[in-house]
Design a protein around this ligand. Structure first.
Ligand code: NDP
Length: 319
């Protein structure tokens, strides 16, 4: 049966921002409810080794790191709920959240940490072949391409990391990038350059993913050289798209201020959004850094600000 219940603080999202907010708000005695969303643990559950999170001198697996964060938040009485929010009403008090399960929650303060999702190229052939050789998650799907030739599209850290990871399975990885220089950090570029299984395809965009979902899926990738206009086909059976992310802010519609790319706008040096009592942390409001550690940092800020807001609300200084 659908439930309706009220909490002082609800946190949306279970990445580093959401769980860190849970740890801090839990320790402050706020008994927050954390609604995990469609992908419990967030984007780090789709990566392998995380080498740059402080405290793990030999690195840590992304899913393991997220499990540790969840357990730590729960130790301080954060209640995690496996559900996802499908509609929000932020126009009045309390704020109202309607979940996929039919349950409704209300709260006095809200921390939004819904993160970001993989961006797609937007080609008809890409969408038609999603799940039939086209993927945005190397960790999830790399295993299926043992001994095969595949392509990764993009030039950032994600694309470089995925290309390197996929060489564990594939016989060859084409890294297709629209410019003649990778955006990925220098250390990552070096690793790509030194990997004999990776072949760079510079100055090229995807023109079409070739293949038929009903007949073996992907059987090639048509790329176009942006300098010469020449088309060529790569003999691949898998295509991994790694061209960045879009913030998960659709459910907020026009209720909160966003920038032109859809990121929630927060006040400088703060996680406060355009509605008092609603705070935003992590990739949903950060188009610049987008690191696990920066997400965790803003999750901490959001919890501290939410706590202060609730104290003032309960003392009657907020209307
Ligand atoms: P980025 O935004 O950094 O890179 C996106 C890449 O995709 C760019 O090279 C861009 O090209 C290319 N691109 C974008 N749109 C298109 C398109 N329509 N067609 C073709 N190519 C396109 O995203 P990432 O996901 O790589 O990284 C996001 C953040 O996460 C970054 O801050 C990154 O540092 C971080 N990250 C860190 C990791 C780590 O530290 N281990 C691992 C993975 C990510 P162009 O360069 O021309 O703009």
């Amino acid at each position: 049966m659908a439930k309706e219940n009220h909490h002082r603080l609800i946190i949306l999202g279970s990445g580093p921002a959401g769980y860190t907010a849970g740890i801090y708000a839990g320790r402050a005695g706020l008994h927050p409810v954390l609604i995990q969303g469609m992908q419990p643990g967030g984007q780090l559950t789709t990566t392998t080794e995380v080498d740059n999170f402080p405290g793990f001198e030999h690195g840590v697996q992304g899913p393991e790191l997220m499990e540790k964060m969840r357990a730590q938040a729960e130790r301080f009485d954060t209640e995690t709920v496996f559900d996802s929010v499908t509609a929000v009403e932020l126009g009045g008090k309390p704020f109202r959240l309607i979940c996929d399960s039919g349950d409704t929650y209300t709260c006095d303060a809200l921390i939004i940490a819904t993160g970001a999702s993989a961006r797609w190229l937007g080609l008809e052939s890409e969408q038609r072949l999603r799940g039939f050789g086209v993927s945005a998650c190397a960790t999830c799907d790399g295993f299926f391409f043992k001994g095969q030739e595949i392509a990764v599209c993009g030039g950032g850290n994600s694309a470089a990391e995925e290309a390197i990871f996929l060489t564990h399975f594939a016989s060859k990885v084409y890294l297709v990038h629209r410019r003649d220089r990778l955006r990925a950090e220098v250390a990552m570029q070096e690793r790509v350059r030194n990997n004999p299984k990776i072949e760079m395809v510079w100055d090229s965009v995807v023109d079409e993913v070739l293949g038929d979902p009903g007949a073996g899926g992907v059987r090639g990738l048509r790329v176009k050289n942006v300098k010469t206009g020449a088309l060529s086909d790569l003999p691949v059976t898998g295509v991994f798209v790694a061209i960045g992310h879009n913030p998960n802010t659709e459910i907020f519609g026009t209720q909160l201020d966003k920038d032109e790319a859809g990121y929630l706008i927060t006040r400088p040096d703060s996680t406060a959004t355009s509605i008092p009592g609603v705070f935003a942390a992590g990739d949903v409001q950060d188009r610049v850094f987008r690191q696990a550690i920066t997400a965790a940092g803003t999750g901490c800020m959001a919890a501290l600000e939410a706590e202060r807001y609730l104290v003032e609300l309960e003392e009657g200084s907020h209307q």
